[in-house]
Design a protein around this ligand. Structure first.
Ligand code: BJW
Length: 235
């Protein structure tokens, strides 16, 4: 069976109404993302940062998965453990579409992280004014997101999956942030075929064997249909 890794970025959730980061209309238009998504920015003004993520948590709760998320969930139903979705997104739209094999390498809005004991409890409500950590009782919960300079989650598991995959597909990511931007090079060096699905060319387009331009809500269902129809199940 073909083993597939799908890396998703903000572009897959854009048509659900979740803003992307970079470019026109992006979440951080007018700011360098590298200047605001940092532990230093949180230390300097924790209230503003908590308010920002509380607002995003509420906004994500009011949107729904789109056909791209649903197509990946259908692919998992068809091939099971042979699909791993590695997402840079902190929303839960993959899970709400029905995917269960999802690795959130940049964390999740639906969790907090305790700066005192390291517990990562689920959260649904605002983190302001500051509920206590359910494990240690300290009021030091921060959003469970990975900022610049912090170690992304699951890198060992991702490395092992990249080494074993036959197909690597990146959907709706600008390729501006490492280590995720480098996964295509690792996968292709280890023999996987590579495909990019994006509305526009990205910083890493030249590294893919094939690149298709268009909205994820169209390209992803098309690709999944093609894959499941192909006798050998490759891209
Ligand atoms: C559509 C569409 C539609 C729109 N259909 N498509 C080399 C190697 C390793 C690290 C580094 C390196 N060089 C530099 C670094 C450090 C740094 C980094 O990458 N810096 C860059 C500025 C160069 N990386 C890090 O610091 C990372 N940590 C790390 O490397 O740790 C090492 C370490 C070792 C030992 C000890 C400690 C540490 C951490 C990176 C964390 C990134 N965090 C953020 C914020 C998360 C929280 C939040 O959401 O607020 O993650 S930044 C932000 O960018 C967010 C995203 O996940 C990430 C990627 O953005 P994404 O998803 O690509 O979105 P956009 O907006 O950029 O692009 C959208 C795309 O969609 C576009 O291409 C559109 O065309 C497309 N699109 N509509 C299809 N409808």
């Amino acid at each position: 069976m073909t083993r597939i890794i799908v890396l998703t970025g903000a572009g897959i959730s854009a048509e659900s109404g979740v803003p992307t980061f970079r470019g026109a209309g992006g979440l951080w238009e007018g700011h360098r993302v590298e200047d605001v998504a940092t532990p230093e920015a949180f230390a300097a003004d924790p209230e503003t940062v908590q308010r920002f993520y509380d607002a995003r948590r509420r906004a994500v709760a009011s949107v729904a998965p789109n056909p791209a998320h649903h197509a990946l969930a259908a692919l998992e139903r068809a091939i099971g453990d042979d699909l791993l979705v590695v997402t840079q997104n902190i929303d839960d739209l993959h899970e709400r579409a029905g995917s269960s094999r999802v690795l959130h390498m940049h964390g999740e809005l639906g969790r907090a992280r305790c700066a005192a004991c390291g517990e990562r409890p689920p959260v649904q409500d605002d983190l302001l004014p500051g509920p206590p950590c359910p494990a240690c009782g300290e009021r030091m919960l921060r959003p469970d997101v990975v900022w610049f300079g912090e170690l992304p989650y699951g890198l060992d598991e991702i490395d092992a999956a990249l080494a074993a995959c036959d197909v690597f597909v990146a959907i709706g990511t600008s390729g501006a942030v490492y280590p995720a931007a480098g996964f295509v090079l690792t996968a292709s060096a280890l023999g996987a075929s590579t495909l990019e699905l994006n509305l526009a060319e990205s910083e890493i387009t030249p590294f893919f064997a094939e690149s298709r331009l268009g909205p994820a809500s169209v390209l992803v269902p098309e690709w999944v249909r093609e894959l499941l129809a192909a006798p050998s199940r490759t891209t």
